[in-house]
Design a protein around this ligand. Structure first.
Ligand code: ADP
Ligand code: ZN
Length: 721
């Protein structure tokens, strides 16, 4: 008799896939969550399609049996294929990718709120206490704390039974009612260009099959109304829709629009959900009751039952790039998920990334254009202010032309927005006596002064300290000076210039919850705010009809540094914030403060014509063989021990394979040479498109052993290089 066996991807670093015997009576298929024995412990894992993974061939008779099947919906085939693609393309462990499908839902962490019930195997060691507990717990369900109380034992006993696989996690909330958005609730009257675009996408959704679109429309052109029709088509055909947004805190106005169109709210998915909400949403998505989901990038790994369309709203946004754990780009994963689900995907943006434009030009994505603003609103008038000719007064940051423009706007009773992509008061605190610059102890970064909260903060690791009364290096009192502006400092200047104006600061420090975002929108709409001052947070999605002036305080900010995407990103950011101006009946005006008005990106912004700029940027990428024309990956080698990081990075560099079309740069100190207390070395790998870069990386990195205190992470298509 042959014993049936399964291959299980275990959530245990470095172990990959292991084979287990299937105990009689247990029905297991690919995608099932299981607990399995490993040494003396029980760990969790997921049954995978055996033919698709390497395992160690062990004689079936010698295999240990699977401990239990967990009460979770299995990962469906398209999502399994997506996990494989992500692991493969981003050179990440498959288990790490699968973890994103089952995030603390039922059994990964989250012990305090996870509910358990008896139903697993009897424990191998049945102590009297355990026996007593199990007797009391028959048919009962609850958190560890609940069960401890019910059973009248210590919580160590309950935790022991969880560990032994006797008490199993339960997905709760599976029966909570979820409102179903109604596609016929309040359909809009679309303009011709909108109707054409909406028709193409809706037809693709209805027809089914993989259909990627780039929906490119200038700011205020009504892209949201267009992609709502794709959502409506998914609803009408009985399926589900996913809308990915860059920043979930900013969705309040979006949610209001959604409810106005569909009669109820969609399901929100983000990291701030309470554990119970998270489980309820997750199971409703898995069984198809949740029809429309709006979420941040992690929503891409939700177990949709029947996903018909995915929208990536503001698809150019950098926040879609995940730079922790598995490094992936949600925009690209969204397209791959649509491919696996045989579904439609829409990248909606006013300023597509060059990668996206090239795909559209190649015909890989269907390109839909909304060339004008909705309702006849005009595009804003954009001008550059040459800071060399019109310098701000000493210790000030707003130039005379911008000051005059704000004054004129306020006199007309209209609203102005000042944009500076820097949180806090000042990016650097310097000692006038000894020259000390206050640095983060964990990162290669300056501490940023936040005057409102009277603290210095590191924007990379979150380290905070009170503002010191004296220089920490020389001890001189009153010698510390704030250098450079952040938004808080601009607010101070605005307060001095226009003392009667009502000012709102819009940064992640002040608008840190959906409720605050909603309050801000209400205040601006009620005209209780005269001047908005914000970081990139204000560039996103807001629609304020009375806002007629936008001032970009420092358009050069993103251009320094060696980032190849600097120009593109500056264009996107400034075009987006400029797009907040004049969205209603009154025309908008934008002033861009810059030291380099002759730069190509500034010229493109002023002319309102990005074509020449994008063409030139695209040519540069092509000439340099950079994505999307070539392949690029970064290998980040980090350790708390600087010497260990360097030695490992050198060993990896020395083992670099020689291949035609492959070049390796480094190791060199990474752009953030220290981050969260870890020293970071980096190698950059560039390859032609004909080379299988991922396979090369896997083989290469697999051949170099690194010590346990060193971490090696691959960043494919890295953002900063
Ligand atoms: P975008 O996302 O392209 O910047 P929006 O979708 O926010 O533009 O649309 C801009 C404004 O125009 C919004 O206030 C929106 O409600 C309105 N709008 C767009 N299309 C329509 C339509 N067909 N009917 C009514 N209002 C519309
Ligand atoms: Zn830090």
């Amino acid at each position: 008799m042959t014993t049936a066996s399964v291959r299980v991807v275990v959530f245990q670093h470095g172990l990959g896939a292991l084979d287990y015997a299937v105990p009689p009576g247990l029905d297991l298929g690919p995608g099932d969550a299981v607990t399995v024995p490993l040494g003396p412990r029980t760990i969790t894992g997921v049954v995978w399609d055996a033919g698709r993974l390497h395992g160690r061939d062990v004689e079936p008779k010698r295999l240990r049996p699977v401990a239990a099947r967990l009460d979770l919906p299995p990962i469906a085939e398209p999502l399994r294929r997506l996990c494989e693609w992500v692991a493969d393309y981003y050179v990440a462990p498959l288990a790490g990718v699968i973890r994103m499908v089952w995030p603390s839902v039922a059994f990964l962490g989250d012990r305090e709120t996870t509910e358990y019930r008896a139903g697993g195997d009897a424990p191998t060691r049945l102590t009297p206490e355990r026996a007593r507990a199990l007797e009391k717990l028959a048919d009962r369900q609850g958190s560890v704390r609940d069960l401890t109380r019910i059973a009248g034992v210590s919580d160590a006993v309950i935790r022991g039974l969880v560990k032994a696989g006797t008490l199993l996690p339960v997905v709760v909330g599976a029966d909570r009612p979820i409102a179903v958005p109604d596609p016929g609730f309040a359909p809009p009257l679309l303009e011709a260009a909108q109707a054409a675009a909406a028709g193409s996408i809706a037809d693709a959704v209805t027809a089914g099959g993989f259909a990627p679109f780039l929906l490119e429309g200038v700011t205020g052109s009504g892209k949201t109304e267009v992609y709502f029709e794709a959502v409506a088509a998914a609803l009408r055909s009985g399926g589900q829709a996913l809308v990915l947004v860059p920043e979930i805190a900013l969705t309040a106005p979006w949610l209001a629009r959604f409810a106005a169109r569909f009669g109820c709210a969609p399901v929100s998915w983000h990291s701030d959900l309470k554990a119970s909400e998270r489980r309820a949403a997750w199971s409703a998505i898995a069984d198809g009751r949740a029809r429309v989901v709006v979420g941040a990038r992690s929503a891409l790994f939700l177990p949709f039952k029947d996903l018909r369309v995915t929208i990536v709203d503001e698809a150019h946004e950098t926040s879609f790039k995940q730079e922790e754990g598995v490094h992936y780009h949600a925009r690209d994963v969204a397209v791959m998920r649509a491919r696996e689900e045989a579904a439609t995907v829409v990248l909606a943006t006013a300023t597509p990334a060059i990668e996206t434009q090239v795909q559209a030009a190649r015909g890989t994505y269907r390109h839909l254009l909304l060339p004008a603003r909705f309702g006849g609103a005009r595009m804003p008038d954009i001008a550059a202010v040459d800071l060399r000719r019109f310098p701000p007064a000493r210790g000030h940051w707003l130039s005379p032309p911008l000051v005059a423009a704000v004054t004129a706007t306020l006199e007309k009773g209209e609203q102005a927005l000042l944009f500076l992509n820097r949180r806090g008061y000042a990016p650097l605190t310097l000692c006038r006596t000894c020259g000390e610059r206050i640095q983060c102890p964990n990162c290669t970064a300056w501490m940023v002064e936040h005057r409102l909260s009277r603290r210095l903060a590191c924007h990379h690791c979150g380290h905070v300290t009170p503002v010191p009364p004296a220089c920490p290096a020389c001890g001189d009192a009153d010698s510390l000076v704030a250098c450079g502006p952040g938004v808080e400092r601009i607010a101070e200047e605005v307060g001095r210039l226009w003392p009667a104006a009502h000012v709102a600061l819009v940064t992640s420090d002040t608008i840190n919850s959906p409720a605050r975002a909603a309050a801000l929108v209400a205040a601006v709409e009620a005209r209780e705010i005269d001047v908005l001052i914000g970081t990139q947070m204000v560039t996103k999605g807001y629609h304020f009809p009375e806002l007629t002036l936008v001032g970009v305080v420092d358009a050069d900010l993103g251009l320094s540094g060696g980032d190849l995407r600097a120009g593109e990103r500056t264009f996107q950011q400034v075009a987006q914030v400029a797009g907040r101006a004049g969205r209603g009946a009154k025309p908008g005006r934008v002033l861009i403060q810059t030291h380099q008005p002759q730069a190509r990106v500034m010229q493109a912004l002023v002319a309102g014509d990005p074509r020449a700029f994008y063409a030139a940027e695209t040519e540069t990428r092509r000439d340099l063989g950079l994505p999307p024309f070539g392949r690029l990956a970064a290998i980040i080698v980090s350790s708390e021990d600087a010497g260990a990081a360097l030695a490992a990075a050198r060993a990896i560099g020395a083992a670099a394979p020689a291949a035609e079309g492959l070049s390796v740069l480094g190791p060199a100190a990474a752009p953030l040479a220290m981050l969260r207390g870890r020293h970071r070395q980096r190698l950059l790998v560039q390859a032609t498109r004909t080379l299988a870069l991922q396979r090369i990386l896997r083989d290469w990195l697999g051949s170099v052993p690194v010590p346990g205190n060193v971490r090696v992470v691959v960043d494919v298509d890295p953002y900063s290089f």
